[in-house]
Design a protein around this ligand. Structure first.
Ligand code: ACO
Length: 344
């Protein structure tokens, strides 16, 4: 585990800043009313327990995470009119890769024509984007690379059991990501990241890997679907996410007034509210879109950045935070490096 003494990212002469954002959302909306027809649940329970009203589902069986990540990457490149051949690295955070290999990132690299990039996937469940962002930032800070794409993409509907009311109400499909480039002053300046593998069995997809390769037995036992013990995961998520945010604020001497926005992983509105309360942040300084998209795993944090991009200003300090399967969790301090459209 990291500690308060761990070296921060951003200690080199140059930082890695987010310089563009992109996203992809499937068109089909799965509403709480739709779910009422599928399992024994109701809109009121889902809204009050999770904050979710609807999620997006990629209905086309011929398309998956690589398609969504490619669309997000294309949007990133288009917003800055960037030649894909100038991308150095493509990182895709996902727990729903198109295949175990080749990496989804390689499929994206090919589709967008990033002919000079190397590419790899990142598996840290809902913390995938946060950990991927740190990794991408370190590649920039090393001085070796100039342009790194970090994308979170998950087709959660592919591993969701739509007869299990305790999980099928939670998840949605999406991709979103950022471009990282060098910056003298702004960008990712500190992170606290953690893992605790002792609780991996509380939130997992047990089938399909080398321990339980796909077979009639694993499929009959529904081992290819997400399995979660919601209550203990909830308890861990509430405390660990809030602890990580408190830690990053304390070691950077930040008060609530210094933080423009909290950018939390969107797993449950109650977890987000508890974290914001501990930080002393009012609702209008917390990015929340779980009501519209549900939990899109690795895509939630960049999807928030996309939805709030127009409001962001150069110098805004953002605290990004996540908690997910593994367990994995953490917080990062990101200083925004450009003015959003609303500033014009
Ligand atoms: N509709 C109606 N009732 C339901 C539903 C449903 N969809 N699902 C469960 N219930 C029932 C349960 O059966 C239970 O009934 P009982 O009391 O008769 O046994 C009751 O509601 C309460 O169930 P809990 O599981 O205790 O409900 P809880 O308030 O904990 O909410 C939830 C469940 C939303 C899953 C919550 O536990 C949660 O958000 N957990 C954390 C999720 C998370 O953060 N995951 C990490 C990130 S995800 C990733 O990494 C991929």
């Amino acid at each position: 585990m990291a500690s308060a003494d761990s070296p921060a990212v951003g200690t080199s002469d140059r930082r890695a800043a987010v310089t563009a954002v992109g996203h992809f959302l499937p068109e089909h909306r799965l509403t709480n009313a739709d779910l009422e027809q599928m399992v024994d649940t109701n809109d009121e329970w889902i809204r009050t327990r999770t904050g979710i009203r609807e999620r997006r589902i990629l209905k086309d069986d011929s398309k998956a995470s690589a398609f969504m990540a490619t669309e997000a990457a294309r949007e990133i490149l288009a917003t800055r009119d960037i030649d894909p051949a100038t991308i150095d690295v493509v990182i895709v955070a996902t727990v729903t890769p198109d295949m175990l290999f080749p990496a989804t990132a390689c499929l994206v690299q090919n589709e967008i024509g990033a002919t000079n990039a190397w590419a790899f996937d990142f598996s840290a469940a809902c913390s995938g984007f946060l950990f991927g962002l740190t990794t991408g930032a370190q590649l920039i800070e090393s001085g070796r690379y100039e342009r790194v794409l970090v994308i979170g993409a998950d087709k959660m509907s592919a591993i969701t059991d739509y007869t299990d009311r305790s999980t099928c109400i939670l998840f949605g499909d999406a991709a979103a990501g950022v471009l990282l480039e060098p910056h003298d002053t702004h960008g990712l300046s500190d992170v606290v990241h953690y893992a605790d593998g002792a609780h991996g069995d509380l939130l997992c997809q047990p089938g399909g890997g080398s321990l339980n390769p796909p077979s009639h037995r694993t499929v009959d036992a529904k081992m290819h679907y997400i399995q979660q013990e919601g209550r203990p995961v909830f308890k861990y998520a509430v405390t660990r996410m809030a602890d990580a945010c408190s830690e990053i604020m304390a070691r950077n001497n930040l008060s609530a007034d210094d933080v423009r926005y909290l950018v939390p992983h969107q797993a449950n509105k109650r977890i987000i509210d508890a974290t914001a309360k501990r930080m002393g942040l009012p609702d209008d300084q917390v990015m929340v879109n779980i009501d519209r998209y549900g939990n899109t795993t690795a895509a939630t944090i960049p999807l928030c950045l996309h939805d709030w991009e127009a409001k962001l200003r150069t110098g805004d300090q953002l605290v990004l935070t996540s908690f997910g399967g593994g367990f994995t969790w953490g917080a990062s301090l990101l200083t925004w490096a450009y003015d959003g459209a609303d500033a014009a």
